[in-house]
Design a binder for this molecule. Sequence first.
Ligand SMILES: [Zn+2]
Ligand SMILES: [Zn+2]
Length: 263
Amino acid sequence: MTNDQLPVADPWFAITEVEPGLHRITEPHCVRLVRANCFLVKGTTHDLLVDSGMGVGRLRPALAPLLDKPLILFSTHAHLDHRGGHWEFPDAEILVHPAEAGDLRAPDAQKGLSFAQFAPDQRARLAAAGFDTQGWLVDAVPWRGYDLDGYRLEGAEPTRLVGEGDVVDIGSRRFTVLHLPGHSPGSIAVWEAETGTLIGGDAIYDGILIDDLPGGDVAAYVETMRRLAGLPVRVVHGGHRDSFGRERLAEIVRGYLESRGAA
Ligand SMILES: [Zn+2]
Ligand SMILES: [Zn+2]
């Protein structure tokens, strides 16, 4: 397909301040499966960016008006829809769990913008779960002449490996790292106990939870869900879809556990 067949979407990113000092960044022209959320949290000593999207549009210039402190880039995991823009921030502190560090450094060169990259059985499962799995992962391009076939993930070098209990300090706010495996081995989230705020990555969001990609682990996911059910959450900002509160969290957890015969 030539690029001329898809419309240009400019700006590429949609940025919303969902609460004071916390911005959600998403890519409306990525298909549902890979339309992830990044979050920018403003602190007094650092800005904290959680994930970086697909790497289709240019994230850094889009965020430039909001960035005025040294940046901490926290990677919830190394899937393509959460780390594509990491390479744009070589001067940032880049945090990732050890189990995902290899993928962050040296991403799968086969990853492209076509659904053809998914194995047939994976595609069938995604289709059965209600995802559209034909054609491209985008329905627009960020600029005229964008080369869809030329899309590749770029590697990014982590500067700090983090896991359960580590602290991410941005001055006015302090987050604790939670290790929440199941979706992927090194899925991590940031938790601010003082405000009951969880930025959960793909461990938890208000949609179909995926535990059967390579590295997925149902037993680990069941444990993660039980743990989340006990967390005194006020708001969850998930890796996909809209943010939600504690009651909805309980429903999502219950739904997952029932679906896996673990309720
Ligand atoms: Zn995702
Ligand atoms: Zn993921």
